[in-house]
Design a protein around this ligand. Structure first.
Ligand SMILES: Cc1cc2nc3c(=O)[nH]c(=O)nc-3n(C[C@H](O)[C@H](O)[C@H](O)COP(=O)(O)O)c2cc1C
Length: 383
């Protein structure tokens, strides 16, 4: 995808085959540009497709590749100190002049320092994840001139964020990889999109093909965010064994973590099933038994459960330990069938959306003005 232009411009201005596109192609390209115009505007890129930040995966190489291909890359800072984040931003800026963002976790002990690092490097977009941010965090980012994006699990929460000055909302359904909420993307989209129109909303979770992306845009989303589909990009530094596990997995292999006892909450995470997923259940059972026998305090038991996965994502992504690491993945893993370049993944998504729009145009052309009324129409006539 050519840098700095819309899909319609690229259709009209490209050489060779692009010149031969007929009026119908121009129409569907323009339609897609219309649907995600607001998303492109707030992101400042060609395609309103965000590469969701993935700890250990979303570093300079993948982020720059997504932005260079016309999407919007986001650095995951979950594992970074302010010094490391500063290095990563600088390295990414050296690889692309296109806009990209930084994802910050609101619970990070050095959140304000990380915000300052983003400001020092003139990062244009900061995505806050991990719960309701403080007013101080939001206003500090806004003072730097950057746009603030935040995750919202419900419409009331989203409205509160808008009142705090947030520029865009991301809604992420339960199908997503990594930390998840309880509600599916389809239901969240229906709950939030019709009622939140004052800021752009991006939909994430379970999007594997362009038709799904198009459906959310038509429901009112300004853009989408995908994580799982980018893990096996050529430019992703994820270990070959981590990528292989994704390529071999089906949607049903990406399961949510199991909590055995409500007294010992487990933060829900969606990841590929592996021997450690099973061991986690056994460990919870053993810890709860020790608590019941009075051998552990509630706090000590909770900590033991929480520490189980410490360092596990790094072990899987970087070291390739797919047996004992955490293979965070969304259900869209079923659409990951091979390694591809980032540009190819984005082109595929856009192509599928355009093909769906074209097919719809063809269907409506085939319909004659005297076509049979729908069953609803017939009922209406009777009533
Ligand atoms: C391996 C992995 C790590 C992730 N790490 C983070 C993270 O650090 N911060 C965050 O906000 N979201 C994280 N996510 C969620 C993604 O940013 C994105 O929202 C999600 O993957 C979208 O759903 P999808 O996987 O169905 O495409 C992670 C997802 C995966 C698969």
């Amino acid at each position: 995808m050519t840098e700095g232009i819309s899909v319609a411009d690229s259709a009209a201005g490209g050489g060779g085959a692009a010149h031969q596109r007929d009026a119908e192609s121009e129409r569907v390209y323009a339609e897609l540009d219309r649907l995600w115009a607001r998303g492109r505007q707030v992101l400042g890129c060609d395609l309103a497709i965000m590469g969701g930040a993935m700890t250990w995966v979303s570093e300079r190489n993948l982020v720059a590749a997504i932005s260079k291909a016309g999407g919007f890359g986001v650095i995951a800072s979950g594992s970074m100190s302010p010094h490391l984040l500063s290095r990563e931003i600088r390295a990414t800026q050296a690889m692309t002049t296109r806009p990209f963002g930084v994802n910050l976790i609101t619970l990070h002990p050095e959140l304000l320092e990380l915000i300052d690092v983003c400001a020092d490097h003139h990062v244009g977009h900061v995505v806050l994840a991990g719960g309701l941010p403080s007013n101080a965090a939001v206003s500090r980012i806004k003072r730097s001139g950057a746009r603030v994006f935040c995750f919202a699990p419900a419409v009331g929460f989203a409205r509160k964020l808008v009142r705090m000055g947030v520029d865009a909302i991301v809604i992420e359904g339960n199908e997503a990889g990594g930390h998840i909420g309880p509600v599916s993307t389809g239901v969240l989209a229906q709950e939030i999109l019709p009622h939140l129109t004052s800021v752009p909303v991006f939909v994430a979770g379970g999007i594997g093909r362009g038709e799904a992306m198009l459906a959310y845009l038509e429901m009112g989303a300004s853009g989408v965010q995908l994580g799982t589909r980018f893990v096996c990009a050529h430019e992703s530094i994820a270990h070959p064994r981590f990528k292989r596990a994704f390529i071999c997995a089906a949607a049903r292999d990406a399961v949510a973590s199991v909590q055995l006892d409500p007294r010992f909450p487990v933060i829900p995470v969606r990841a590929l099933n592996n021997p450690t997923t099973e061991r986690f259940v056994a460990v919870q059972r053993r810890v709860i038994d020790r608590f019941t026998r009075g051998e552990l305090s509630q706090k000590a038991a909770q900590l033991e459960i929480e520490h189980f996965w410490a360092g596990a994502l790094r072990r899987a992504v970087i070291d390739g330990d797919i047996e004992s690491g955490s293979l965070m993945a969304g259900q869209s893993v079923g659409f990951v069938t091979r390694e591809q370049s980032t540009a190819e993944i984005l082109e595929e998504l856009v192509g599928q959306a355009l093909a769906a729009l074209t097919a719809r145009g063809e269907r409506s052309c085939r319909r004659t003005p005297r076509s049979a009324p729908t069953s609803l129409g017939r009922q209406g006539a009777r009533g």
